[in-house]
Design a protein around this ligand. Structure first.
Ligand code: SAH
Ligand code: SF4
Ligand code: F3S
Length: 436
């Protein structure tokens, strides 16, 4: 049996696309393996959101060359967001001629055809589509997890935040039909899935056929028997409607968790980022969400060192983090992305200042996270068990509705069940307890 390996960089969108690639290859009779040295086909699904991901990719290509030198039949495939940028394609053609297949984010369904061509014609295949066009339904999928699943509800982004490459790599917003989404979720339930995460770059601007908006869609999914937990990623504050906040009052399967990227706590920076809300607007959303769901967990994304950011403007971000008291945050140093407006701004921040701000921000975020986790000590919380813990022997690990990692004594037989755990200890990144 021929074997394949996939390396996925980037966000859940890419993870979901890799599941589709794995599904297509499995249907073609290939087997997925973890060791790429033993594989006949290697795929790298790339991310271009920050420079770090770019560099990791080019490092990996170097490693794949060595495998190909030993095994000339080895097929190297690259796809994902980086491939939607012409300068990257040019660079691969010039410096990495051993790559066999290049495709983008809009045509992953074409992969079996491209692979067939490489095998029969022994010729390099490059196929990039400029934009998404019709959404292709019914592609196979080999899921990463048994009891939880990602479900795409929309593709692309129309927001053009000035730092961000995603609108250029994922094209304009397109929403799937509600009935296609519901049918997929029902199939997942039949397959043993209890938790779904709805995916989109900006799920709040979901526009389904028949005028169904994101709040309507959540209400429809909440009615599906067998689904126990509903999550979604990611939301843009400017589109978070009161109708969505009402869903948190009414729909018990929608988890007490909200990831709401704020990016900065300063209005001038937010404006220059083209985010279209103010720090006060954001605080008002936080207030409403906590009013609708008092036990809600709030997480965010923050960028430090955006071009022109002054010390005072950065301190506004620290203040906002403290004022919200986030459960956790993904923190990033601004990274220049070719083709985005902010890359052309002439007031770029020196690296050492970015590092200093980053460290101070992480310290503040961690303090908030520890404080928020401490609220669970003494409480009983339901945990969907994901499997045995890799670090603590005799323990299993899972997540509660607030998306906190919970570790407790137990064995593999608990995997996929939801059990009640009494929390005894809380750290910055996880909780510890005992099953009750
Ligand atoms: N659509 C989502 C996620 C976009 S990418 C959203 O709007 O929230 C995930 C995060 O990466 C962003 O929220 C942002 O914080 C960060 N990011 C995007 N571009 C970046 C850049 N050029 N430099 C640093 N961080 C960036
Ligand atoms: Fe990027 Fe902004 Fe779109 Fe998010 S909303 S993907 S940060 S452009
Ligand atoms: Fe990266 Fe593309 Fe996701 S740029 S963050 S993989 S949408």
């Amino acid at each position: 049996m021929k074997k394949f390996n996939i390396l996925t960089l980037g966000c859940q969108m890419n993870e979901r696309d890799s599941e589709t690639l794995a599904g297509m290859l499995t249907e073609m009779g290939y087997e997925q393996i973890d060791d790429r040295n033993q594989a006949d086909i290697a795929i790298i699904n790339t991310c271009s959101v920050r420079d770090h991901a770019d560099r990791r990719f080019f490092g990996m290509l170097g490693q794949l060359k060595k495998i190909k030198e030993k095994n000339p039949g080895f097929i190297v495939c690259v796809c994902g967001c980086m491939m939607q940028q012409q300068h990257i394609i040019d660079q691969i053609k010039e410096k990495y001629p051993w790559v066999d297949i290049i495709f983008g984010t809009h045509n992953i369904h074409r992969f079996p055809r491209l692979l067939g061509n490489v095998i029969s014609e022994k010729e390099k295949q490059i196929e990039i589509w400029e934009d998404g066009g019709e959404i292709v339904e019914g592609l196979p999928s080999k899921r990463l997890y048994k009891h939880k699943a990602f479900v795409n509800i929309m593709f692309g982004c129309n927001n053009f935040c000035t730092y961000c490459i995603v609108p250029y790599t994922r094209g304009r917003e397109r929403s799937r039909r509600p009935e296609d989404i519901l049918a997929e979720i029902k199939r997942l339930v039949d397959d043993g899935v209890k938790e779904i995460t709805l995916l989109g770059q900006n799920v709040n601007s979901y526009k389904g056929e028949g005028g169904v908006d994101f709040a309507d869609l959540l209400r429809m999914i909440n009615e599906v028997d067998g689904i126990e937990r509903i999550r979604f990623m990611t939301s843009h504050p400017k589109d978070l409607s009161d109708r969505l906040i009402d869903v948190y009052r009414d729909c018990d399967k929608v988890c007490s968790f909200f990831h709401l990227p704020v990016q900065s706590g300063n209005d001038n920076i937010l404006k220059r980022m083209n985010r279209r809300y103010t720090a006060d607007d954001y605080m008002e959303l936080v207030r409403k969400l906590r009013e609708a769901r008092p036990d809600i967990s709030l997480t965010t994304d923050i960028i430090v060192g955006f071009p022109g950011e002054t010390e005072e403007e950065f301190e506004d971000t620290l203040k906002l983090v403290e004022a919200v008291n986030f459960d956790s945050a993904f923190t990033f140093m601004y990274s220049k992305r070719k083709g985005t407006p902010a890359a052309e701004y002439d007031d770029q921040i020196p690296e050492e200042i970015k590092h200093d701000r980053f460290d101070r921000l992480v310290e503040t975020v961690n303090r908030c996270a520890a404080d928020r986790n401490a609220r669970f000590v003494g409480q009983i919380t339901p945990v969907l068990v994901e499997g045995v813990s890799k670090s603590d022997e005799g323990c299993v690990t899972g997540r509660n509705p607030q998306n906190k990692i919970v570790n407790f004594p137990g064995d593999a037989s608990l995997t996929g069940t939801i059990v009640n755990v009494k929390i005894s200890e809380a750290g910055t990144f996880s909780l510890v307890g005992k099953m009750v």
